[in-house]
Design a protein around this ligand. Structure first.
Ligand code: NDP
Length: 248
């Protein structure tokens, strides 16, 4: 069966590494991004240069209409989705709770939680046996923050990842008999541009000596776990989480 993956937030970081790896493994890849079309197009060009197939798909995953339109375009250009990687996520300036506003909290939740729900919903409509689909696999990119809580940094972000874990558990049970596996990964301290959004681009280097493995992680190390969870090698794995936090 043809393998078609959608990776949200694939213009850089963990999403980009995942899109490139899945393309190497024979998936046609939908490269979702929100605004950086130049970076997304570079990912698509890299995949095509390796002999793969990919399309850049602009959509804000927090926007229901844009998500529905993205899935329609994916179907039209690559065919039925077989693998979804819910990866696009945001966080804001490090802060204690006194400075968290409702607008900020809702912004984090609408991307990191509602966005994941919407993409799962659209994927399930195509993959599930009860809709005539052939099954598939979903990986939700959570965070070690769901366990650690990110005190003094971004408890709102950590709480959104707690919700992602509950979504993963609940949906895995809901669709297990529909031929769909749903799993999660919890990265810890990975070298990407996300930390600059929190106001500390060098965050991984600051904390690395405190980690059991005494180093930060690379996006490819997360991508490899995601691709394994999507693969037939993980055919009896659902509702599971892989920790990628150097032992933290
Ligand atoms: P980056 O900030 O490097 O990349 C984020 C990606 O998400 C970009 O491609 C961005 O696209 C896209 N994006 C952001 N908001 C939206 C949106 N509303 N709709 C569509 N795309 C969007 O992040 P990372 O690679 O570091 O993180 C990826 C995932 O891994 C996130 O879920 C994050 O929470 C999680 N994670 C990361 C850790 C780390 O240490 N880096 C640790 C634990 C978890 P554009 O540039 O176009 O806006």
């Amino acid at each position: 069966m043809k393998k078609v993956a959608l990776v949200t937030g694939a213009s850089r970081g963990i999403g980009k590494a995942t899109a490139l790896l899945l393309a190497e493994q024979g998936y046609d890849v939908g490269v979702n991004y929100r605004q950086d079309h130049i970076a997304a197009n570079k990912v698509v060009e890299a995949i095509i240069a390796q002999g793969g197939k990919a399309v850049a798909l602009q959509a804000d995953i927090a926007d229901e209409e844009q998500v529905v339109a993205m899935f329609a375009r994916l179907m039209a250009e690559l065919g039925p989705i077989t693998a979804l990687v819910n990866n696009a996520g945001i966080l804001f300036q490090q802060s204690t709770i006194e400075n968290l506003t409702a607008a900020r909290i809702n912004n984090v939740l609408s991307t990191n939680v509602t966005g994941y729900f919407l993409c799962c919903r659209e994927a399930v409509k195509i993959m599930s046996a009860r809709h005539g689909g052939n099954g598939g696999a979903i990986v939700n990119v959570s965070s070690a923050a769901a366990r650690l809580g990110s005190p003094g940094e971004y408890v709102d972000y950590a709480a959104s990842k707690g919700a992602v874990d509950t979504l993963t558990t609940g949906l895995s049970l809901e669709v297990a008999a529909q031929g769909i596996r749903v799993n999660g990964v919890r990265p810890g301290f990975i070298y990407t541009e996300m930390h600059a959004s929190g106001g500390e681009a060098g965050r991984v280097d600051r904390v690395k000596s405190l980690l059991p493995m005494q180093r930060g992680g690379e996006p490819i190390e997360v991508a490899q776990a995601i691709s394994w969870l999507l693969s037939d090698a993980a055919s009896y794995v659902t509702g599971s989480f892989i920790e990628l936090a150097g032992g933290k």
